[in-house]
Ligand binder design. Structure first.
Ligand code: CA
Length: 221
């Protein structure tokens, strides 16, 4: 059963969310502040719902600290504020999605399900010896390492999850960006170009081929 950590200092909201998730059959842990969140999360945690406005810390800093401790679980940030720069800062901190309070429980569940599926599908390594490290958001190959942004990480995970198969542009957009994000067509190509450079940087035997008008595929030489 997937384990979800709910970090929220508003005890009423925390209790409601925990109860609903348990009713969904999930294993739920709760924490009321950043300190407790760091103590409760483990590399086995499958997803984290993380309030940004915690009494002892900014949730985004908690997320960064979790990443350095080997906790690679996808993070859904909760915030009472809806400023674009905070969304961007949240993603830069390694968050995977964002929900603004007040929210409807079905929306929380829908987003959480997407994150849990994404977590299941990210491969730890490939046949050619590439390792995607979700905790460090890094790509490694035979001792060489390159850092990946959260979007680069998710795009590469989506491509490496289907070696030799074409992954459609639409699927890559869905994998790389949060639901509802408006992404320019060229942006995907720019990100794939970055991913290609990272593969070269670690001297990977894999490369990303363009399948014109359809998508991309990873092939190994
Ligand atoms: Ca709060």
């Amino acid at each position: 059963m997937p384990t979800v950590l709910v970090v929220e200092d508003d005890h009423q909201l925390r209790d409601v969310v925990a109860r609903v998730l348990r009713e969904e059959g999930l294993t739920v842990m709760t924490a009321a502040d950043g300190h407790a969140a760091l103590a409760a999360a483990t590399p086995e945690t499958n997803a984290i719902i993380l309030d940004i406005g915690l009494p002892d810390a900014d949730g985004r800093d908690v997320c960064l600290a979790l990443r350095t401790r080997g906790v690679g679980a996808p993070v859904l940030f909760l915030t009472a504020r809806d400023a674009v720069h905070e969304r961007l800062a949240g993603f830069a901190a390694g968050g995977d999605d964002y929900l603004t309070k007040p929210f409807h429980i079905p929306e929380l569940l829908a987003r959480l399900r997407v994150l849990l599926r994404r977590n299941e599908s990210s491969p730890p390594s490939t046949r050619s010896g590439l390792v995607l490290d979700p905790a460090q958001h890094a790509l490694t190959h035979e001792g060489a390492s390159a850092p990946l942004s959260p979007t680069e990480f998710r795009l590469l995970a989506a491509l490496l999850g289907h070696p030799g198969e074409v992954v459609r542009r639409r699927e890559l957009l869905r994998a790389g960006w949060p639901d509802g994000a408006i992404v320019h067509e060229n942006t995907l190509d720019q990100y794939v170009a970055r991913v290609r450079r990272k593969l070269v940087q670690v001297d990977a035997p894999d490369r990303v081929e363009t399948v014109r008008g359809v998508g991309y595929r990873v092939v190994s030489s």
